[in-house]
Write a protein that binds this ligand. Sequence first.
Ligand SMILES: *Cc1c(COP(=O)(O)O)cnc(C)c1O
Length: 343
Amino acid sequence: MRKVKDIDWGNLGFQYRSCDWRYVSCYKDGSWDEGRLSDDPNVVLNECAGILHYCQECFEGLKAYETVNGDIVCFRPELNAERMAYSAEFLCMPPFPKERFMDALDKVVKANIEYVPPYGSGASLYIRPYIFGSGPVIGVKPADEYMFRMIVMPVGPYFKGGAKPIAIMVSDYDRAAPHGTGHIKAGLNYAMSLHAHEVAKEAGYPENMFLDPKEHKYVEETGGANFYFISADGSTFVTPKSGSILPSITRRSLVYVAEHYLGLKVEERRVEFAEIGEFSECGLCGTAAVISPVGLVHSHEGDIVFGKGLEEPGPVTKKLYDTLTGIQLGTIEAPEGWIHKIA
Ligand SMILES: *Cc1c(COP(=O)(O)O)cnc(C)c1O
């Protein structure tokens, strides 16, 4: 047995917990320094740091876990490295090079290997890379110094006792503007969505469905997960296409799984809110939960119920979930290059 920390793996939530090591690199005078592991969980910043005033920050989220063979792996981390570089450049920040990202990932996971939950616990090691403006700015412009950090924390199974469908609500607010920042993974999009999220929670819904910001006619995403739908006859996987949603790696992987593992037709297209009542299943996808089945969508016009509503997920959702998690945990053969072995 691999040595692990004495942690109640089955009862971890999704919350911050400081682990022994984090990876840190600083950008100054036009280049990133060589980077290092640090045991200090605190960041000391100048009072005028760019992040504090004009919100220059982007982040990623991925997981390391133990497979059925005892390997410690990550799922498609190159895509996180690429997306993070794209987000950084969109916010006028220096991208952290992909090879450096991969090196930092291997180093930080190895350094904290005893925090990687054992196979079968359902828990995983959540990895949060981020870049922010650390140099002082007061006139509006990009900072000239930045920090890259990659921190890790063990998190529990998102769903204790299996995925139960959730009820969500159509928001009256928008999460991103047309031609804005909706397609990058930036903290500022989350700041925007907090108020809408609190409004939904007070009304009894754990998540929002945001519609397109221009016409409020097409389905976009939630605050932190993309949507998919299954056609009434179960033959087609439909997922919204829009310039203002975040390109989820889980969604892109499900598109492949739907087509190549489950033999479904795939449609990536604009999805009108008015048509979703015709679908038999609805789900949210993202790294945190992989898939959250949606049983009901509430709007001012009334409720739309999918399949058996909040009772249990639909059959295609179950297959998608079992296949993707099987690929991740090594019980189903993965497409070439999807699993990155760290130890
Ligand atoms: C991170 C994120 C997702 C999910 O992306 P994954 O790569 O699947 O984790 C979806 N929407 C938003 C807004 C996000 O920030």
